[in-house]
Design a protein around this ligand. Structure first.
Ligand code: ATP
Ligand code: MG
Length: 301
């Protein structure tokens, strides 16, 4: 067993903070999403019930609806290889084509929040993109901007990159292509989300190369990789309520949590039951709003 389900009988190739990757043969990987929650690059000890399935279902919805090529082969357990056709893997797993991953995190921002807001306050720009003066926290940007970050090894925080840094890393043509695809997918997704009462404040894509063609890989537009704000409550000039990880981050920074996370080696606090439950509810709410479906297990645990 993994921490949240059965383990496929396939060679384990990578344990990420949230997903485990297994070699499914023929240039494919089985990506199994656990219920682990990471915040500030630290994995919490308490799983969030249903989180792995909610993330996988949310990504699967977007992969189906976005006009960009992607890495998905199947989410149907019947298509998984021998050793992975287990009902316990259903819902949380995705069979994907193994890509050469583009070595940057492709962040797109439509609104000013988080590290983007901090950087803007300090220097009036984000990752080298100059912005108008006098923007408030959570303001809508004149147009979405591409603000990539490094893909840092475990335990090291990702850092903002300028577009020139991306060019130096992967070449000018590829960098342009990566930026254009990221912005296009963001725009399409933001229009859909807004119809469903969600502002897509920002998000992070991971792109991969398949036969020299860029594809959307990893997870897409989930509450782990995005800031989702309820449109009805949007009010620039303050932090926003959100259907994503921000709730946990805020609790972890509260006096009740008492976590000095900047002190090396400081262990994260135990998440109280109400924080776990509220986080689960927020992830489910994001899924339900985005897809228009009821979460199959809502209220039924
Ligand atoms: P890390 O892997 O550095 O711990 P993470 O915590 O974000 O990062 P997860 O999201 O838990 O990792 O695991 C997913 C991993 O799978 C990421 O390293 C991601 O880059 C990689 N990945 C996603 N899709 C593909 C693909 N199609 N081919 C190869 N690797 C992929
Ligand atoms: Mg990840």
């Amino acid at each position: 067993m993994t921490d949240t389900g059965p383990e496929p009988a396939l060679p384990h190739v990578h344990r990420g903070k949230v997903r485990d990757l297994y070699d499914a043969g023929h240039g494919r990987l089985l990506m199994v999403a656990s219920d682990r929650l990471s915040a500030f690059d630290v994995v919490m000890a308490e799983p969030i019930p249903d989180k792995g399935r909610v993330l996988t279902a949310t990504s699967a919805f977007w992969f189906d609806h976005l006009p960009a090529p992607n890495h998905v082969v199947s989410t149907d357990v019947g298509d998984f290889p021998d050793g992975a056709r287990d009902a316990g893997l259903a819902g949380r797993s995705m069979l994907v084509r193994r890509c050469a991953m583009v070595p940057v995190e492709c962040v797109v921002r439509g609104y000013l929040a988080g590290s983007g807001w901090k950087e803007y306050q300090a220097c009036g720009s984000v990752c080298g993109v100059r912005l108008p003066a006098d923007l408030r926290e959570a303001d809508r940007l004149p147009a979405p901007i591409f603000t990539p970050t490094t893909k840092a090894p475990v335990g090291v925080h990702d850092e903002g990159m300028r577009f020139d840094d991306v060019v130096a890393m992967i070449g000018g043509d590829r960098a342009e292509e990566v930026r254009a695809l990221s912005l296009e997918v963001y725009r399409t997704a933001a229009v859909h989300a807004e119809r469903r009462g969600i502002l897509l404040a920002d998000t992070k894509f991971e792109l991969g190369l398949l036969d020299d063609r860029l594809v959307l890989a990893d997870e897409v537009l989930t509450p782990d990789s995005s800031r989702f704000w309820p449109t009805a409550q949007w009010q620039p000039g303050r932090p926003q309520p959100s259907f994503d990880k921000q709730f946990v981050r805020d609790w972890l920074d509260s006096p009740e949590a008492g976590w000095d996370r900047h002190r090396p080696g400081a262990q994260p606090p135990e998440l109280p039951e109400w924080v776990v439950e509220r986080t689960r509810a927020l992830y489910v709410e994001a899924y339900e709003r985005i897809t228009g479906d009821r979460w199959p297990h809502a209220g039924g645990r």
